[in-house]
Design a binder for this molecule. Structure first.
Ligand code: SF4
Length: 503
């Protein structure tokens, strides 16, 4: 096998870049090192703007998690030790209980191309068909910028599929979209296998046509969707990202795919290349479920009477559940999971006054019905929302409850505003159909009811100082905003100069 040498200078290994700096320099290095095509594809699939990049965890966590959740799949990271430490820590924090492989490097192995040889050797050692269906190797920022050519790895070693992906923070904006990178790479591989000959049959078979579900959901949601499909004489197919390799074939075989989460642009491309129809939005609340059942009925050419029967069966139950557990309060919603618009719809139908919806994900055609529904009710939806946008919404609206990411929750609590973590507390509940209706009420109402405690706490801690003066001091620290202002101006000037070099 021929190997292209990494062309980057050693200082990329210790790049002044990191997660939030030197992005243009890293991008330019990656282009020079032969990664132009992949970067251009990411730019088209995951458009930035209106600003540059939302603040969230390392994007590679998304693809790492997709791989770690699959049976008989090994994951190997190639990146700086600090990045790998952080990613491994986070995956175990979220209960991975699986080994994360790592091929370390130094400036010498990176620059001479030895790193790729080391990765290749590691993959050959790991490729045991008794243990694995596939091995996923992921280039993080520095190896991507250095052009480590994972595409030159063998596609298959002793029957174990090898999948190499680049997931740099300077190319993939969010961890949500990194899930798409790996899901699409696996779908592309499985599609090629299915086109070449017979492939493994699904473990569970059904005589009814299936609908593939695109997006990681609360475990009860696919079951609920299956029940919604029964009167249409349809069944829920696999959920992508899948838990097992053979599910990919069944996912591709479904004639219709429901893009429950709207950011799987590359995965949708694979389904569309396979000739599948892809539907937007999800069966959330009364309006959402009605529109979704209509769309599914159309896509499968189900007689309208059957669709009407399904609606008659489920919509009153959803309406009843929402009415039985109303939510009263003014709420801001923000997050980076991709389901923010669906959650907002459910809150609105529960009676909440939703004031703002921010999502780190981009606007796509798969969330368009949800955006239109929210905007028709005067609710602003901010795609690619920055932390600053979400904080500004909390400040401007002073809601009864802020749902958001960790810094949003912290910010709200310091203002004695009750707040809930989107990922841990909202995503950990069903959203779909009758089971989702009313499921948010308990946690949301309990949080809103806790406002008095926050006010008490704030009162209790009054006078202990804030910001740089937080805490008890003998000599109170003096804030020096002029220093921060100077650095901010210098940083902005440098970023501008880098942008100019990059264009
Ligand atoms: S791999 Fe992730 S943690 Fe490491 S520099 Fe890139 S974005 Fe940051």
């Amino acid at each position: 096998m021929t190997m292209r040498e990494a062309t980057t200078s050693p200082d990329i290994a210790t790049a002044a870049g990191g997660c939030h700096g030197g992005r243009e320099r890293m991008r330019e290095a990656a282009r020079q090192a032969g990664k132009s095509a992949i970067l251009e594809r990411y730019q088209a699939d995951y458009p930035r703007g209106p600003h540059d990049q939302p603040q969230s965890m390392c994007p590679a966590f998304g693809s790492l998690r997709v791989g770690l959740r699959m049976r008989r799949v090994a994951t190997v990271l190639s990146g700086s030790a600090c990045c790998v430490y952080g990613l491994t820590f986070t995956s175990h924090f979220y209960g991975a209980r699986r080994t994360v492989g790592y091929v370390p490097f130094n400036s010498e192995t990176l620059v001479t191309g030895k790193l790729f040889e080391d990765i290749r050797e590691a993959v050959f050692q790991l490729a045991d068909p008794e243990k694995y269906d596939a091995i996923v190797v992921t280039n993080l920022c520095v190896p991507t910028a250095s052009g480590v050519p994972l595409q030159l790895l063998p596609r298959n070693i002793k029957g174990v599929r090898i999948i190499g992906i680049d997931v740099p923070g300077f190319g993939v904006p969010t961890h949500a979209e990194a899930k798409d990178v790996l899901a699409a790479a696996m779908l592309a591989y499985a599609r090629a296998e299915a086109e070449a000959g017979p492939v493994a049959a699904p473990r569970e078979r059904t005589d009814r046509p299936t609908l593939t579900l695109l997006g990681e959901m609360f475990p009860a949601d696919p079951v609920v969707i299956g029940r919604l499909l029964e009167p249409l004489d349809l069944a829920a197919g696999p959920v992508v990202p899948v838990r097992e390799w053979r599910e990919l074939y069944a996912a591709l075989a479904s004639p219709v795919v429901a893009a429950i989460h709207p950011f799987y642009t590359a995965a949708v491309r694979e389904f569309e290349t396979a000739g599948r129809t892809v539907l937007p939005s999800a069966p959330v609340g009364v309006d959402g479920t009605a529109a979704w059942l209509d769309a599914v009925g159309d896509a499968f050419a189900v007689p309208p009477a059957r669709v009407a029967e399904a609606k008659n069966r489920f919509l009153p139950a959803i309406r009843g559940a929402l009415a039985a557990r109303p939510i009263r309060g003014r709420i801001t919603v923000s997050g980076y999971e991709g389901s923010e618009l669906l959650v907002a719809r459910l809150l609105v139908e529960s009676g909440a006054d939703v004031l703002y919806v921010g999502t780190a994900c981009p606007r796509t055609r798969w969330s368009d019905p949800d955006r239109a529904w929210l905007e028709a009710r005067g609710i602003p939806v901010r795609f690619r929302a920055r932390l600053e946008d979400d904080l500004a919404a909390v400040d401007a609206f002073a809601p009864d409850l802020a749902i958001g990411t960790t810094p949003v929750v912290q910010h709200a609590k310091t203002k004695a505003i009750p707040a809930l973590y989107f990922t841990n507390l909202i995503s950990a509940r069903p959203l779909m159909g009758p089971a989702g209706a009313g499921a948010l009420a308990e946690v949301v109402n309990a949080a809103i009811a806790g406002q008095a405690r926050f006010a008490e706490m704030r009162e209790f801690f009054r006078g202990v100082g804030e910001g740089p003066a937080a805490g008890i001091w003998q000599n109170l620290p003096v804030d020096r905003p002029e220093f921060k202002g100077r650095y901010a101006a210098q940083r902005a000037a440098r970023a501008k100069a880098e942008e100019a070099v990059g264009t």
